[in-house]
Ligand binder design. Structure first.
Ligand code: ACM
Length: 706
């Protein structure tokens, strides 16, 4: 949208004292910069995840063209490739030309600027027992990275890259001494590639992002009702008719495993059975409990169909299949799903009901336990440890099964009390569109846990989960990043690191680093807005999108009835969960209401926002109204204008002397505008309504006091 009206406001603002402050603060990066008090801490340097032990040194290391890396002794091809990637990124971040091939090896360290002191390769197959620790010592003369394994060295390299600063016309790394080791051994991200398929390059860039924030498990949800995505040569119809042609060849899967290993990440495959398995039955109907024929269902959710646990042929099939996949995925764990089995399909089938009676099973969960026990036996025979979702946790479950909890921390703790290892996922479901704060504060072992220390040891960590009913290749990055970084910090950093303000201040920097690694969480939504608006620089639409976020999975499902054919190309698909605006506006409102030292700048920033909203709203609403991809969201543009007026009104009541507010048309703003704006529309909600309400209430209280 052309934003001439907004530009006029900016020009008018330039002429005022408040505007001068405003532009100065915008140019200086504003209050979002952390306070520098004496020696810096890890948060002020922008590290995420925060290291377990940090000490600031004196001075800084200045990057010089051509500086060398040397290996103190051990090095192998994996470490060398990681070093080349680090140097390439260091050159890009710093602008200093650096040799990409480390030119020195053991014994000749005298001219090295970076010494990599790595003890050995680590496990031939990375396990949960891999030592991932490292220490990083930066002095003005030398950078030393010590690690027992290559994986530990990779983590140290990521920390080093996050420390680079451009200041005083130099590229520097502040002197620090860091000793770092993860709190949890299992720090994962799950991606569902069944509901919407993701090409290999999307998976690879996700792995790059994971490595940057020290996540170490990629959980690949390779099959579900809507599609079977892993090529089997023994059972070619699994993908032949169960994938709509979208699947990974065995070579591609091996490639992903190698790509992940090269970055210190394990790959755990999931084949969800006995429920969520219609895609298996399209080609192999004998696996089903009903007769078939079967078709891939368009609508995701819980389907009645489940594998038939009573037939020996089911286990023969699964044994051969698991054996085949075990050769492609070397990891020690293998996920067998187990969630959301309704059981009616079993109890209502006379043949299956007879089997249950014969075995003495009274309920469907008992039959599922029988199935789980058989499948656990198969997985163990192929020398893997099985993982299942919470539902597998019923009496009789073999103790070797790890439980992945999507029901919550209590369910996870219940498993640990019975001696099962487990990981937490419930609070980390990205499709819930929760705030970063909520994700950040959710802890696999909360401070008030009632688990004994021995039971706590069974909780191995957590996994972020990205279900794919409501996203596709274009939007997935913006659903995963940057927010997965805050959960990565929860899994890596000490439990006591819970400073939400610090987290929000660090996140934008991490977001930029992730973009440099190739992630499309920023460009993807911007591209979609250009596509929708037909404009190269849709500034007004971008201003609106910046203060909107998608509604939750449940609300979108109920409203849109999203299925595999729903085009994901509306305004909701161009906005991101918990964008920076929520935190920024909240901070500025607090500063104004509490009259902090930053309140003048905060007021100037708010004034500018509110004026922009008021200015852009009429034309933006009209343009959206006329655009079939946005007409349902035009109401949000109109509301933005009203909310802007309300904000200006509140500010002027609070501070009648603000020259920037003189002469502005405040209109008939009413707080009722906030209530209207909370109502559902276009699958998007505003990020700042709580803060605006606070400002409005603060304003009237102050007004009444005068
Ligand atoms: C799940 O969300 N059904 C694992």
């Amino acid at each position: 949208m052309q934003n001439l009206a907004g530009w006029n406001v900016a020009k008018t603002l330039f002429g005022t004292a408040a505007a001068a402050v405003l532009w100065a603060t915008l140019l200086n990066g504003s209050s979002m910069q952390a306070q520098q008090t004496g020696s810096v801490n890890a948060a002020e340097l922008g590290l995420m995840p925060l290291p377990s032990h940090f000490e600031a040194g004196t001075g800084s290391f200045s990057l010089q063209p051509g500086m060398h890396v040397a290996y103190a002794h051990f090095h192998n091809a994996r470490l060398e490739a990681g070093t080349v990637r680090m140097m390439t990124r260091l050159q890009f971040e710093s602008g200093v030309p650096l040799p990409h091939i480390p030119s020195q090896v053991a014994g000749d360290l005298s001219s090295a600027a970076i010494v990599l002191n790595v003890a050995g390769p680590g496990g031939a197959v990375q396990s949960i027992d891999e030592d991932e620790s490292y220490s990083l010592i930066v002095t003005p003369k030398l950078i030393t990275l010590n690690a027992p394994t290559v994986v530990g060295a990779f983590h140290g390299m990521e920390t080093l890259l996050q420390l680079v600063q451009l200041k005083d016309n130099a590229a520097i790394i502040p002197a620090v001494s860091i000793e770092d080791t993860p709190r949890f051994r299992w720090r994962g991200l799950m991606i569902d590639v069944s509901r919407h398929f993701e090409p290999v390059n999307q998976i690879e860039r996700t792995l790059d992002g994971m490595a940057m924030v020290k996540l170490n498990v990629f959980h690949w949800h390779l099959s579900d009702d809507q599609g079977f995505r892993a090529e089997s040569k023994i059972y070619p119809k699994l993908t032949g008719v169960g994938s709509n042609g979208q699947f990974y060849t065995q070579d591609e899967m091996r490639g992903v495993v190698a790509y992940a290993r090269a970055r210190g990440i394990r790959v755990v495959p999931e084949f969800d059975i006995p429920g969520h398995s219609v895609s298996w039955m399209v080609g192999y109907p004998q696996l089903g409990s009903s007769k078939g024929p079967f078709q891939l269902p368009d609508v995701a959710g819980v389907h009645d169909e489940a594998m038939d646990p009573t037939r020996e042929s089911t286990y023969v099939f699964l044994n051969r299949f698991v054996g085949e996949m075990s050769k492609i995925f070397p990891d020690g764990y293998f996920h067998i799903g187990g969630d959301e089995v309704e059981g009616k399909i079993w109890t209502s089938n006379p043949r299956i009901a007879r089997f249950m009676k014969h075995k003495g099973f009274e309920t469907a969960p008992q039959l599922q336990t029988y199935f789980s026990q058989r499948v656990v036996g198969i997985v163990e025979k192929h020398r893997k440890k099985p993982i299942g979702w919470d539902e597998v946790l019923v009496p009789g479950l073999p103790k070797n099964v790890m439980v992945q909890s999507w029901r919550g921390v209590d369910s996870l703790a219940a498993g640990a009390r019975q001696g099962y290892t487990g990981i937490l996922s419930a609070p980390y479901y990205l499709d819930g569109m929760k705030t970063n704060e909520t994700h950040y504060l959710a802890d696999p072992i909360p401070a008030d846990t009632t688990l004994t220390p021995e039971q706590q040891k069974l909780i191995l960590g957590g996994e972020v989960c990205m279900w794919a009913e409501q996203l596709n290749e274009r939007t997935i990055d913006s659903r995963i990043w940057p927010r997965t970084a805050v959960m990565a910090e929860r899994f890596w950093s000490p439990q006591s690191d819970r400073d939400v303000v610090s987290m929000y201040r660090r996140l934008p920097k991490v977001s930029i680093e992730l973009e440099q690694a190739g992630l499309k969480h920023i460009t993807g939504p911007a591209m979609m807005r250009r596509s929708i608006s037909g404009q190269v620089n849709p500034t007004a639409l971008t201003a609106l999108a910046g203060v909107l976020e998608p509604v939750s999975f449940g609300e979108r499902s109920e409203t849109q009835h999203t299925d595999g054919h729903t085009p994901l190309d509306r305004l909701v698909d161009t906005v991101v969960p918990d964008p920076p605006s929520r935190f920024e506006i909240a901070q500025d409102v607090d500063a104004v209401l509490n009259k902090t030292s930053d309140s003048t700048e905060a007021e100037a920033r708010l004034t500018r926002r509110f004026m922009e909203w008021q200015e852009i709203a009429p034309m933006l609403a009209a343009q959206m109204q006329a655009n079939p991809r946005m007409s349902d969201a035009a109401i949000r543009a109109q509301q933005l204008g009203e909310l802007g007026s309300l904000g200006l009104n509140a500010l002027s009541t609070l501070n009648p002397n603000n020259p920037a507010l003189h002469g502005t048309a405040l209109g008939q703003a009413r707080s009722a505008a906030i209530d209207d704006a909370t109502k559902p529309a276009a699958l998007v909600r505003f990020t700042f309504l709580d803060s605006l309400r606070k400002l409005v209430n603060g304003g009237s209280a102050a007004g009444a006091a005068h």
